[in-house]
Design a protein around this ligand. Structure first.
Ligand code: AOF
Ligand code: ZN
Length: 327
């Protein structure tokens, strides 16, 4: 399953609105003989890719897959049939498929005499590569990660508005690689006016990475002439996070990064539409600068938004904190 997760990581950001699934085929002796991951929409699923590589070695073998194999005719035929035809005898999957159209694959395989084991590394998979898609499949809304870089005292700019750079080069590099694995990045029109971001994913030399997320600007006002995003971004003239997310879901967007600024972040918090926080906290102090989020809908301490920290690591000299709102 660790290898299947690694397969799925390689296609993250290329499969939406389908999930990035990974699969490894073991032959009858337990040797890995086929690896595969979900192809871009309309293309083969992970199991079919892995079976293709395994060929006749799949006979009597095991399929290890991060998601329960599908049992439906969608854009592609059911993986359950492909597994049966290849002579697979055991299936091990991490999480069951919440999509009612595709679900029930496990039961169907068992009926065909294949042993099915569910739940292996389920937490790793559902908090990792399939997190955004599982959220999308259950709610119909894209998963939103709010990412920001702030000083130790929670400021995202100095009092005069300058903000380049608060976080370290290491953190900024990491964010570029994260961008390449997501479907869309949202910023507010104010941020475009102030920072003129490109919102592209670039490598250390400033060269674009092979996959680019959809840049999205939200807000009523026009983008300034000559802004980097003027002709490249999808401009949604709405402030309502649910309208924004519905428009993105309609475009097949599953995994979203919200990059600011503080006003848009506040609107998403007030609507309860932030699913994860990714904070890069630099060991600097800025004093009177603007805070990472403005009105989060909190007026008294009992309203405070409480989060659970999932992970804390160092990113160069910065702290990288991943946290999820408590429900
Ligand atoms: C699998 N293996 O690799 C993936 C699965 O429209 P389709 O035919 O591509 O089916 C999409 C649905 O299939 C998707 O919503 C999800 O339930 C499942 N995805 N299933 O067995 C895979 N990507
Ligand atoms: Zn399938």
């Amino acid at each position: 399953m660790v290898l299947a997760i690694a397969e799925s990581e390689r296609v993250r950001g290329t499969t939406s609105p389908n999930p990035p699934v990974g699969c490894v085929i073991l032959d009858a002796s337990g040797k890995a003989v086929g690896f595969g991951a979900t192809q871009p929409i309309g293309g083969p699923h992970a199991e079919v890719m892995a079976l293709k590589e395994a060929g006749t070695k799949a006979q009597g073998g095991t399929a290890v897959v991060t998601l329960e194999p599908c049992s439906h005719y969608g854009r592609t035929p059911p993986c359950t049939e492909a597994l049966q035809e290849a002579g697979i005898k055991h299936v091990i999957h991490a999480v069951t498929d919440p999509n009612p159209r595709a679900a029930g694959g496990g039961a169907r395989l068992e009926k065909a005499g294949i042993t099915v084991e569910s739940g292996l590394l389920a937490t790793e998979v559902s908090n990792g590569p399939l997190r955004a898609w599982l959220h999308y499949a259950r709610t119909g809304r894209p998963h939103v990660t709010w990412k920001y870089a702030a000083s130790l005292d929670g400021r995202i700019a100095a009092p005069d508005g300058t903000s380049q750079w608060i976080s370290s080069e290491t953190s900024r590099k990491e964010v570029h690689h994260l961008r390449a694995k997501l479907d869309a990045i949202i910023v507010g029109a104010n941020t475009v006016r102030k920072d003129d971001p490109a919102l592209t994913a670039r490598d250390a030399d400033g060269m674009p990475l092979p996959r680019q997320p959809l840049p999205v600007v939200v807000g009523m006002s026009d983008l300034p002439d000559g802004a980097k995003l003027q002709h490249t971004a999808l401009h949604l003239r709405t402030h309502d996070p649910d309208d924004v997310l519905a428009a993105l879901a309609a475009r097949g967007v599953v995994d979203v990064l919200l990059e600011g600024g503080a006003t848009v972040a506040g609107a998403f918090w007030r609507a309860g539409r932030i699913d994860r926080v990714l904070a890069y906290i630099a060991p600097t102090l800025l004093g009177n600068g603007p805070a990472a989020v403005l009105d989060a809908g909190v007026s008294t301490i009992t309203d405070a938004v409480r989060l659970t920290v999932e992970d804390v690591t160092m990113s160069g000299p910065d702290l990288r904190i991943s946290a999820v709102p408590q429900t």
